[in-house]
Design a binder for this molecule. Structure first.
Ligand code: IPE
Ligand code: MG
Length: 223
């Protein structure tokens, strides 16, 4: 969800206004994805590198996430939306952690769209934490051959969630920015110049129909 700052600058507003508008877009896109019957939607809201930003901006983003979790509970219930989290949970501010925990708990039985909030998320960090979890397991000590791709996948943050089919990057940057490095091995990328606050349901539809035209070979050949 990139481009909040640039959107604000274009309107001669400060960056926080861009994040506020970005939150409205997140709600819009979550509703659209839910209505379309999409099973999983990961929102990259805050990276392990975003702590480098000014404390004021970081605090504002965290406050927005907290508000989003609290105020949208009726919406999750009405739409059967289940909230998940990806990222370094212990590294989150305590109040945000508690709110996420509550949302995970309150929505755990909902069977519609699963919205994964990538918050304090980094792809390298996720792999690193997975390897640490594996290293703690006595059953693997010295068993190098037990380490397989499937096994590593099982130690990532949400092992039950399949790898993403489509990764959408808004605001035109041509880089992964540390997003789902392991899971994205064969994801299709869609890069749009449209800034995140300007994204609409129609843009999501266009991205998906572009994706549907792609030929996915996963390194093989189509006969
Ligand atoms: C994305 O918008 C939102 C977050 C990273 C939280 P940016 O804040 O990165 O917006 P730009 O890149 O400055 O336009
Ligand atoms: Mg950015």
């Amino acid at each position: 969800m990139d481009g909040n700052g640039r959107w604000a600058r274009k309107q001669n507003q400060n960056r926080t206004q861009g994040h506020l508008e970005g939150l409205k877009t997140a709600k819009r896109i979550v509703k659209a994805a839910s209505d379309m019957g999409i099973a999983y939607l990961t929102l990259y809201a805050f990276s392990t590198e975003n702590w480098k930003r000014a404390a004021e901006e970081v605090g504002f983003i965290m406050g927005l996430v907290k508000r989003y979790l609290i105020e949208e509970m009726d919406f999750y219930r009405q739409n059967g939306i289940r909230i998940r989290h990806a990222g370094d949970f212990p590294g989150l501010p305590e109040d945000i952690g508690q709110e996420i925990q509550k949302a995970l708990e309150d929505t755990k039985d909902f069977t519609g769209l699963q919205v994964i909030l990538a918050l304090n998320y980094g792809g390298r960090d996720e792999i690193c934490r997975a390897v640490r979890r594996m290293a703690r397991e006595p059953k693997f000590s010295g068993e190098a051959a037990a380490v397989t791709e499937d096994l590593i996948s099982q130690y990532l943050d949400n092992p039950d969630i399949p790898d993403p089919d489509l990764i959408i990057r808004t605001a035109g940057e041509l880089r992964t920015s540390n997003f789902l490095l392991w899971e994205a091995a064969y994801s299709e990328y869609y890069i749009s110049d449209i800034l995140w606050p300007d994204w609409t349901e129609e843009d999501l539809r266009l991205a998906i129909s572009d994706f549907q035209k792609r030929e996915r070979r996963f390194g093989g050949v189509i006969k």
